[in-house]
Design a protein around this ligand. Structure first.
Ligand code: GRF
Length: 189
């Protein structure tokens, strides 16, 4: 069965793009059915529209309560008949009620080797700690931030003289391979 995949973004959308491109392969039994952004100016929306994928905005600034914002997202996902949600640089915390509805069907990519460095500024924190390697993690989403079961990880070295930007460039290349691989694993289940 072809899985119907929704991708939630807030910005650039480079991971979304790698997922969409990967799903074009004949042996990848998934199709992107919705790209949803909480920010009207997310650059990734343009790519989605150009690729012919339904793209929609649920602007969080128009909602006072997180529960109502999440219900609006849920309604879009239900209309699109999504089976799986991929969070791809989606910068809003989702409420436990929403997360529970999608248990085992919602995954996220995070730019660190979890459980190290949940949250923001992961690359700078890895450099500041004197780590010799960094990386990215794809995991199931649970109500606690960046804490769900790990599906896959990719590692890169931290090189002498690295800045958060140079390290981010090295890590994002791995993200673009790891995320499609992990989605493929989930779709095959
Ligand atoms: C990525 O580094 C991802 O790991 C993190 O947010 C960033 C999103 O980048 N969750 P992009 O929008 O996919 O280019």
């Amino acid at each position: 069965m072809t899985k119907r995949v929704a991708i939630l973004i807030s910005g650039r959308g480079s991971n979304m793009r790698s997922l969409v491109e990967a799903m074009q392969a004949d042996d990848f039994s998934a199709q992107p059915v919705l790209v949803l952004s909480n920010r009207p100016d997310a650059a990734g929306l343009d790519y989605a529209r150009a690729a012919g994928i339904p793209a929609t905005i649920v602007d969080h600034t128009e909602f006072k309560m997180r529960e109502v914002f999440d219900a609006a997202i849920h309604s879009k996902l239900a209309k699109a008949q999504a089976d799986i949600i991929c969070l791809a640089g989606f910068m809003r915390l989702l409420t436990p009620g929403f997360v529970k509805k999608w248990t085992g069907r919602m995954i996220n990519i995070h730019p660190s080797l979890l459980p190290k460095y949940p949250g923001l500024h992961t690359h700078q924190r890895a450099i500041d700690a004197g780590d010799t390697e960094a990386g990215c993690t794809v995991h199931y989403v649970v109500p606690e931030m960046d804490a769900g079961e790990i599906i896959g990880q990719a590692r890169v070295p931290i090189l002498h003289g690295d800045t958060a930007d140079t390290l981010a460039e090295r890590v994002i290349k791995q993200e673009h391979t790891l995320y499609p691989e992990c989605l493929r694993t989930l779709c095959a289940k």
